[in-house]
Design a protein around this ligand. Structure first.
Ligand SMILES: Cc1cc2nc3c(=O)[nH]c(=O)nc-3n(C[C@H](O)[C@H](O)[C@H](O)COP(=O)(O)OP(=O)(O)OC[C@H]3O[C@@H](n4cnc5c(N)ncnc54)[C@H](O)[C@@H]3O)c2cc1C
Length: 500
């Protein structure tokens, strides 16, 4: 991943949006605007990334569709167009370039194995037609190619990665430079003539417009995710910015240290979907944190902000490891797990995924996911540990279920989170097994989170809610626990100890 040196000329160009659904602080778009005479935007609805059985969820499609709607408006306001095409990007980018006689194509680089392979193929095809590709590093604060150990190896452990990451940012003043240039939003973009747009419409490119009132666009019209008011991640560039500002101005960032582990407080930033689909830039969140630090009034506030920055670094860490070790996508990193005798009981998986295991904290979390398309980080860790170490179900089932459910589903962070929870990844820490009852007592001590998501248990006393010991006379239709935590973890440990 490196920025390509190129001469500035007045090109006729295409800017391809992928995980950067914004106009502001978009490095590739900024460069494209600066160097093009006529510029048109494109987003491609790629079936490989829109597979509801594997790569996306209804909630994420809602976020995507609404964000595209705003982006399309923003292109139009500035005088050009954002085309939404449907199909295989390899074919479509080449066809579109040919149709409008583009001399170059701009995009921001991505790190997922599929995306890297796709981009390589497109670059090769375009090169044959003498069409240049200019790609930029925009998705991460530090480009993965620039962050290596002293032995010039990619990092595998978060702690040292974080120290190097912070060091690079401070030393290179990377962000200050990019801020000067790329935070500028293009005010005006010279597009194509109307007759050219018509010729695209009349071609076989499957061009579509998104209109709220016009269900031309399947992604939105067929979408069954209706609880948009319950989803804490709000789509679109302007809402993402509002959410960041709110997190900073309301002081959420200053008390993050205290609030971040208490799911009932809803005190995290809710920016995960915005960062994953790029309705907000990673530099904007970094800069927001720096501004907060400058005006923080005490050490506690500064510590809180630093802890939040460490979370941003987790995002970068997982993208780094996936970039350097693409095999992570396929399964466990540690060999020891390759032949683990998973029990994979379908009825237990069904109980887990629908929020009916009989263990309140697990069910509350899974119902939060089902209803809102999002789950608090603490709860993601609790339910993941439970699936793997109590139910003995392959963590990849959970990973896949999360991708099919989360509004912020993101291969790198999701795979990283699951491998961390399963203890199958690069994390050198010893085996972690979360006790769901202890976790509930520590992080939901008043039972507020459980009561919110399992209203049929709202009458149960807090100690019983947390311990899961609920009388049959009181439990109504709520199920008995499907397993005994102590027994299951003994079985798990026994199976694990037999692995080489
Ligand atoms: C099993 C499991 C699966 C996960 N799947 C995803 C996923 O698909 N997509 C996703 O974005 N995050 C995932 N996470 C990480 C984390 O749970 C979410 O990023 C976080 O809950 C989002 O809430 P927030 O935006 O309010 O985060 P905040 O606490 O405000 O953090 C700010 C930002 O930092 C990043 N971040 C925070 N924690 C993590 C983390 N542990 N790993 C990576 N990035 C982090 C996110 O971009 C987040 O928006 C997963 C975690 C686990 C344990």
């Amino acid at each position: 991943m490196s920025n390509i040196e190129y001469k500035m000329t007045n090109f006729r160009a295409i800017f391809w949006h992928r995980r950067d659904l914004r106009m502001e602080d978009n490095i590739g778009l900024f460069e494209a605007c600066k160097n093009s005479k006529n510029l048109i935007g494109v987003y491609i609805l790629d079936p490989n990334l829109l597979d509801l059985n594997k790569t996306t969820s209804e909630a994420k499609n809602w976020f995507l569709g609404e964000s595209l709607l705003e982006l399309q408006k923003n292109w139009k306001i500035r005088g050009s167009r954002l085309l939404i095409l449907n199909g295989d990007p390899i074919q479509l980018i080449c066809k579109l370039s040919e149709l409008i006689k583009a001399e170059c194509v701009y995009w921001n680089e991505n790190i997922e194995p599929y995306e890297i392979k796709r981009d390589k193929e497109i670059k090769n095809k375009l090169a044959k037609e003498k069409i240049n590709v200019y790609s930029f590093s925009d998705q991460l604060i530090v480009n993965p190619s620039n962050i290596k150990t002293n032995n010039n190896e990619p990092y595998k452990v978060y702690g040292p990665f974080y120290r190097k990451w912070i060091d690079i940012i401070h030393k290179t003043k990377l962000l200050d430079n990019s801020l000067i240039e790329s935070s500028l939003t293009p005010a005006k973009i010279a597009g194509l003539e109307d007759r050219e747009i018509s010729s695209i419409k009349n071609s076989d490119l499957n061009y579509c417009t998104i209109k709220k009132s016009n269900p031309i666009y399947n992604l939105l019209s067929s979408n069954r995710f209706k609880n948009t008011n319950l989803c804490p991640c709000k789509p679109g560039e302007s809402e993402s910015k509002n959410q960041l500002n709110y997190f900073i101005q309301s002081g959420g960032i200053n008390s993050y240290n205290k609030g971040r582990d208490i799911p009932s407080l809803e005190s995290t930033s809710n920016l995960s979907a915005a960062l994953s689909l790029g309705t907000l830039s990673c530099r904007a969140v970094w800069n927001g944190a720096q501004i907060s630090k400058n005006i923080a009034t005490d050490e506690y506030q500064k510590d809180s902000i630093n802890i939040w920055i460490k979370e941003l670094a987790w995002r970068e860490f997982y993208q780094n490891v996936l970039f350097h070790f693409p095999e992570l996508e396929k399964g466990s990193y540690r060999r020891k797990w390759f032949n683990f005798p998973w029990q994979n009981r379908a009825d237990w998986f069904e109980a887990w995924s629908s929020g009916f295991t009989g263990i309140p904290i697990i069910d509350a979390a899974m119902r939060q996911l089902k209803n809102s398309g999002w789950m608090h980080n603490r709860c993601r860790m609790i339910v993941a540990s439970f699936l793997v170490k109590d139910l003995l179900i392959d963590w990849r089932w959970g990973e896949n279920f999360f991708m099919r459910s989360l509004v912020d589903g993101d291969l790198a962070s999701n795979n990283g989170g699951w491998q961390w929870s399963a203890s199958s990844g690069m994390d050198p820490k010893p085996m972690r097994i979360f006790n769901p009852f202890r976790q509930a007592s520590k992080f939901d001590e008043n039972g507020n989170y459980i009561r919110k998501w399992i209203p049929e248990l709202s009458h149960i006393s807090t100690p019983n809610l947390l311990s899961g010991e609920i009388n049959s006379s009181e439990r109504g239709c709520y199920p008995k626990p499907i397993i005994n935590h102590k027994d299951q973890t003994l079985i798990f440990k026994e199976l694990y100890s037999k692995m080489n």
